[in-house]
Design a protein. Structure first.
Length: 288
């Protein structure tokens, strides 16, 4: 559909932003659904983030995705942040109303749960402990999502142990969930896998251009699902090792695809699907 003066506009804000696959993703949906709309990348320097968020609403944007390094800034400056974004401590999705007022939420945890559920149909998050490697923003969103999904125990393991402790202390508050949260020393990551039903890598280890993730899977039960949120490469060394020992595995591209769905629905008024056509289309962008 040609873009008209009535087009709905949304975008993704980050610094840098040229690596983002979100424009490829959202514009594919807009094309398939024949929607008069556009999704654009916005390279915004950190010092300009506050003004840029406010200006986007005034310029008629329907919404924004927010990526590194602006997620915490977005939480502080939106007119309203929902309870989920406040718990996680970051906003990745903003919706503007007709007057330009902003509501912020975080869909990373939603994307994580939907990705596992789609790739491992019927996966039961309550079946045993989860081990989460990393303690950054993605880890926080995933820990909250696992708590909400009923994981009985979550073991958080990070190279800087104080960050794992901080995450656990911040999220393990009365009334949040029944899950037991524990911070595990990085040196004890291999042993932490004993009895686990789910292993999730949220660190950059194993990503193209980064150090490999050094972890032994010997203690991990064969029924445990292994997920790496890295998607470049799509099959990380962790996923390859898990697959060869018989564990079910889930790659990281689906989390990106699914976390985009709530924002697209809010901005453009239609519910998008994550299917294999979309998956292949977006994955082509990782090789361009």
């Amino acid at each position: 559909m040609p873009i008209t003066g009535n087009a709905r506009v949304a975008g993704v804000m980050g610094w840098p932003i040229s690596h983002s696959l979100s424009p490829k993703l959202h514009n594919h949906w807009l094309s398939v659904m024949d929607i008069d709309g556009l999704y654009v990348p916005l390279a915004v320097r950190p010092d300009d983030a506050v003004d840029a968020i406010a200006m986007a609403g005034r310029l008629g944007f329907r919404g924004l995705n927010v990526t590194v390094p602006h997620k915490q800034t977005a939480l502080a400056v939106v007119d309203n942040a929902d309870e989920l974004a406040t718990r996680i401590g970051a906003v990745n999705t903003i919706v503007f109303d007709e007057e330009g007022a902003s509501v912020g939420t975080n869909t990373d945890g939603y994307g994580f749960i939907e990705n596992i559920s789609q790739r491992q149909s019927g996966w039961d998050f309550t079946k045993g402990p989860a081990v989460v490697l990393g303690a950054g923003g993605a880890a926080r969103a995933i820990v909250v999502a696992l708590m909400e999904a009923g994981a009985p125990e979550i073991r958080v393991c990070n190279r800087t142990h104080v960050r794992a402790n901080d995450l656990v202390s911040d999220l393990a508050r009365p009334g949040h969930a029944e899950a037991v949260l524990n911070a595990v020393l990085w040196e004890e990551r291999d042993d932490a896998l004993a009895g686990a039903a789910l292993l999730v890598n949220t660190t950059s280890l194993g990503m193209v251009g980064k150090e490999p993730l050094d972890i032994r899977l010997d203690a991990l039960p064969e029924f445990a699902c292994v997920n790496d949120i890295v998607y470049a490469p799509l099959e990380t060394r962790l996923l390859r090792a898990a697959y060869h020992r018989g564990n079910p595995t889930v790659d990281g591209i689906g989390m990106l695809l699914h976390q985009a769905r709530p924002g697209f629905e809010a901005w453009f008024g239609q519910v998008p699907e994550v299917d294999n056509v979309l998956r292949l289309h977006v994955l082509a962008g990782t090789q361009e």
